[in-house]
Design a protein around this ligand. Structure first.
Ligand code: SAM
Length: 275
């Protein structure tokens, strides 16, 4: 296909050239004809053209005005696709969903622009939009991080935070050679199935995310040192008592804690804060 514009590095434009990859993304995303799809960054439509025949409706948000004319040309055979020229991070998703998908179950599917992977994922999760699933291509290292088990090298604040909202599965790897231009990194497709109810109960979600953040800020500190450095209300004595009450060793590091343990720690810290 002739490409009438220069691909823009600043927008993370690495387009899929191997048609088998978007077809496999759609197949393994669990999308069916009842689903509305929000696609982020359709680019030249490699994924959009595979989503449109399968889903009820596709709304694709693309930041680059120059990519839109060739994209619309390619999407002419599909009457169920709407392209919106916008920055996804600035998009009012509640309004978009209400306008385009009233009463419908919506899945997100995208080959993400890697420079904003984390802000996009956190926006999709924190907004509590009721998405059924989010299937996205990300950098291989991000996929590993999001699927890491507690205590392993890749386990971090984002792993624990995301696990509050969704179960994450790595679907398959995608070598750099499947894109044009070829990126410097390998990729993987992951699927997040969102929980209707969080898997743990916390009195304060805000405090849970603060605790997770504090625990990973200085990975080499013990959890007790990390928490007392972060929360002014917490003394060393109180922290030691709380860890013991939660069944955690005094010298444990934050990276060892599962989401359930972060939740029980959060609820104890909440009580301490209110004392
Ligand atoms: N889906 C296409 C594919 O698989 O070939 C393109 C994927 S490319 C990795 C990422 C796309 O996201 C590009 O089209 C880029 O212009 C778009 N993009 C980058 N930043 C964006 C943003 N903030 N909001 C919406 N789209 C964005």
């Amino acid at each position: 296909m002739s490409e009438p514009f220069r691909k823009k590095k600043q927008y993370g434009q690495n387009f899929l050239t191997n048609a088998a990859i978007p077809a496999r993304i759609v197949r393994e995303s669990g999308i069916d004809s009842s689903c509305g799809i929000l696609e982020i960054g359709p680019g030249l439509g490699a994924l959009t053209t595979q989503l449109a025949p399968v889903a009820a409706k596709v709304v694709a948000v693309e930041i680059d005005s120059e990519v839109i004319p060739p994209l619309l040309e390619r999407l002419k055979p599909f009457s169920n696709v709407t392209v919106i020229e916008q920055d996804i991070l600035q998009t009012d998703l509640h309004a978009l969903l209400e306008e385009h998908f009233p009463g419908m179950e919506v899945c997100v599917c995208a080959n993400l622009p890697y420079y904003i992977t984390t802000p996009i994922l956190m926006k999709l999760l924190e907004g509590k939009y009721g998405f059924r699933s989010i299937t996205v291509m990300v950098q291989k290292e991000v996929a590993e991080r999001l699927c890491a088990k507690s205590g392993s090298d890749g386990y971090g604040a984002i792993t624990a935070s995301v696990s509050y909202y969704a179960s994450v599965r790595r679907l398959f790897s995608v070598p750099a050679g499947c894109f044009s231009p070829k990126p410097k990194v390998d990729s993987a497709v992951i699927r997040l199935d969102l929980y209707q109810q969080p898997p743990v109960h916390v009195e304060s979600e805000e405090l849970l995310f603060e605790v997770i953040k504090a625990a990973f800020l200085q990975r080499r500190k013990t959890l007790c040192n990390a928490l007392t450095a972060y929360f002014p209300f917490l003394t060393k004595e109180a922290c030691a008592r709380i860890l013991q009450d939660c069944g955690l060793r005094a010298d444990i590091r934050g990276e060892m804690l599962s989401l359930e343990q972060f939740a029980s720690l959060t609820n104890s810290l909440q009580k301490e804060k209110e004392r």
